[in-house]
Structures are given as structure tokens and as C-alpha cells.
Ligand binder design. Structure first.
Ligand SMILES: [Zn+2]
Length: 135
């Protein structure tokens, strides 16, 4: 489906600027979808195929070489990582609340030390997770 888009660009001796009329319908829809979801058109053509490139969620994507043909597929590729990080953050925060409660109730100094260490490690972990670039 996307092949005719690629072939059109490869058959051109000079790189043409973005022109929706020369694009395959599927590729055109994909680009329109990307733009609608905040993608921006890049000035530089794709180094592989010479076609247009867009920047979407901080990544440069060639609609032809990306290997995907819809925004849903593209999002599905990026979602698992950030979803897993979100899960890890909420699990860590829930555990942190438990530990904070224990800290207030614990009288044994040895156990208090352990709880404090755990809280310290957990807050470090949450800070790291929240700094992930995919967030
Ligand atoms: Zn390309």
C-alpha cells in the first residue's frame, strides 16, 4: 500500500517538496493523522527514501520507512514502555504510603532503620521513574 508512495519518490530524479497529490492515499492519511496529533513536518527529507519526514512525540518518523501505516500502530509501539513506567510509579507510591504509616507506628529502632532505608530507596526509584524520557 505504502509502496507506491516510496516508488514515486524513488523514481523522481529530484526530491520534490511535500505534495499531498503525489502521495498514496494510505500514506497521506497517515501523515494527516500524525499532523492532527501534533506531529510537525520536517524540512529535511528522509535519508533513506527521500520522502517527507515528520516529528511525532519527539521522534523523527518517515511514514514510508517506519514500518507502520497508522497512528494506532505507532502509539501501540510506544505505549507499553510508558504504561509500564506508570504502573511502576503507582505501585512504588502505594508502597511508600504503607512504609510511611509503619514509620509512624514503629518503636523498635532497628526496624525503624530498615523502614527509613526502604523509604529512601523507594523515593529515589520514584524520582528516577518520573524522569524517564518516555514520560
Ligand atoms: Zn523514508
Amino acid at each position: 500500500m505504502l509502496y507506491s508512495f516510496r516508488e514515486q519518490y524513488e523514481s523522481n530524479l529530484t526530491i520534490k517538496p511535500f505534495d499531498a497529490t503525489t502521495m498514496d492515499k494510505a500514506a497521506e492519511k497517515f501523515v494527516v493523522d500524525l499532523m492532527r496529533h501534533g506531529a510537525t513536518l520536517l524540512k529535511e527529507p528522509c535519508p533513506k527514501c527521500g520522502g517527507i519526514m515528520v516529528r511525532y512525540k519527539g521522534k523523527d518518523i518517515c511514514p514510508v520507512d517506519s514500518g507502520v501505516s497508522s497512528i494506532q500502530e505507532l502509539d501501540a509501539l510506544t505505549r507499553p514502555v510508558s504504561a509500564a513506567i506508570d504502573d511502576a510509579i503507582s505501585a512504588s507510591k502505594a508502597k511508600l504510603e504503607q512504609l510511611t504509616k509503619q514509620l509512624g507506628e514503629e518503636k523498635d529502632p532497628a526496624k525503624l532503620g530498615v523502614i527509613i532505608d526502604d523509604i529512601s530507596r523507594l523515593t529515589d526509584l520514584i524520582a528516577k521513574l518520573e524522569k524517564q524520557p518516555s514520560k
